[in-house]
Design a binder for this molecule. Sequence first.
Ligand code: PMP
Length: 450
Amino acid sequence: MTFQKTDLAQRDLDSVWHPCTQMHDHPRVPMIAITHGQGIWLYDDHGQHYLDAVSSWWTNLFGHAEPHIASAIKDQLEQLEHVIFAGFTHQPAVELAERLIQITPSGLERVFYADNGSSAVEVGLKMSYHYWRNCGYHDKTRFATLSGSYHGETLGALSVSDVALYRSTYAPLLLTPVIVPSPDAYQRETGESWKAFAHRRLADMRAVFEQQADSLCAVIVEPLVQCAGGMRMYHPSYLHGLRQLCDEFQVHMIADEIAVGFGRTGTLFACEQAHIRPDFMLLSKGLTGGFLPLAAVLTTAEIYAAFYAEYTSHKAFLHSHSYTGNPLACRAALATLDLFRDRPVLERNHELAAHLGRMVAPLVEHPHVAEVRQTGMIAAVELVQDKASRRPFPAVQRRGLDVYLYCLKHGVLQRPLGDIIYFMPPYCITTEEIELMVRTATAGINHATS
Ligand code: PMP
C-alpha cells in the first residue's frame, strides 16, 4: 500500500494544527483522514482500515460507533443538548453522579464535573489546596508527584507531571512539585519482586512526608500504570502503603484514574486492587466510552463539608467551565455504565488479557526488547539498543516512529511512546484481532530494529 495525499489530508495540513505533533513530520508521516469507525476498526477515505490498538488515546472502551451509546446520545439530542450548570441541573448529570458514587470505592460521595482530563486534575489540585485553606492550614500550598508521571498539559496538570518531553520547555511557568521516585517496577534490582521494590519506594515517600507534610496539600498518582510516561507499572501494595502514609501525615491522596479507570487494569478502578479509597478520584477518557469529552472528580463528604458555609465566608469552590455537566456527555457516560452493568465486561477482559499476555510473551526473547510487562488490558514492550545493559536507542533514531509507520502500512494504529510499544485496545477486540495486532507490531519491531 502506498500513501497518497488526499484532498482532505492536504486541506488539513494547510489549515489545522494538531496536538502532540511536530507538524514538520508531515507528510513523511501521512495524515490519515478517517471517514468512519466501526468496532475496533477505523476507515479512511482511501478505503484502508486500521485496527485501533490504542483506543484513540485510551478513550474508547467498547468500539467505535457502539450502538447503545450512540443511540443514547441521539435520544438526548432531541431533549436537551446543554444547559448552564450553575443554578440548573438535569437528569443525566444527577443520575450519573449517583451511579458513579455507587460504583467507585465507598466513601466517595460527591461528584464535581469538568470536561477533560487535565481540567479534572486542575480541579483536584485546587480543591485539595482550598480544603486545607478552608480548614485553616495556610502553609499547605505544594503537591507531591511521582517521577515519570503524566497528568495532563494545562499548566497546573503539567506542573505535577514529570515527562521531560512535555514539561521541560514550559518549566519556568510551572509550580514546583516535590518529585518522589516512582515505584515503576522497571527500575527494580535484578531478582527483586515488584512488591519488594514498591516497599522500598514507599520509604522515599515517607522521608518526603516526614520533612514536608506541613507544606503538602496532596500527592497525585496514576494508580498501577503510569501511562504516558511509558506504561510503567507497579505493585498495588504501593497504593495501599501510600494511603496509610497520607492518613498518618495528613496529606490528600489524588488518584488520577483518567487513563486506567473503567477496567483497563483488570478491575473497574485500579484503586480496588489496593483496597483503598483516595480523597479525590479523577475520571475522564473512558467515562463516556470514548464518545464525548467529560470528566468527573469524586471526593468525600468531609471534603465537601469544608466548602459548605455562608456565602460571605468565601469558602465556595470556584472553578467553572462553560460545558460543565454537558447532558449529551452525561448520557454517553450513563450508556457506558449500562454496558458495564449488563455485560460481563471484566470477566471477558480477563480472558482477553490472558490471550494478550500469551501473544506478547515471546517478545521477551527479542534481542532488542528489555522488558514485556502487562497489567490487565494494558501490555507494553520496551525496545532498547542493548538488551544486557538496557541502554536505550538514541532518541534521534526514532525507532518507535518506524514501528508506527510500519504498523500503519499494515493496517494497525499503534502509537508508541518513544520506543515503548504498547497495546491498549477497546474491549470489543476478538482473540483473532489480538493476534493480528501483536503479530503486526512484532513485525514492526523487527523492521525497526534490524
Ligand atoms: N491524566 C492521565 C493519567 C492521562 O493519561 C491524561 C491524558 N493522556 C490526562 C490526565 C489528561 O487528560 P486530557 O488529555 O483529557 O486532558
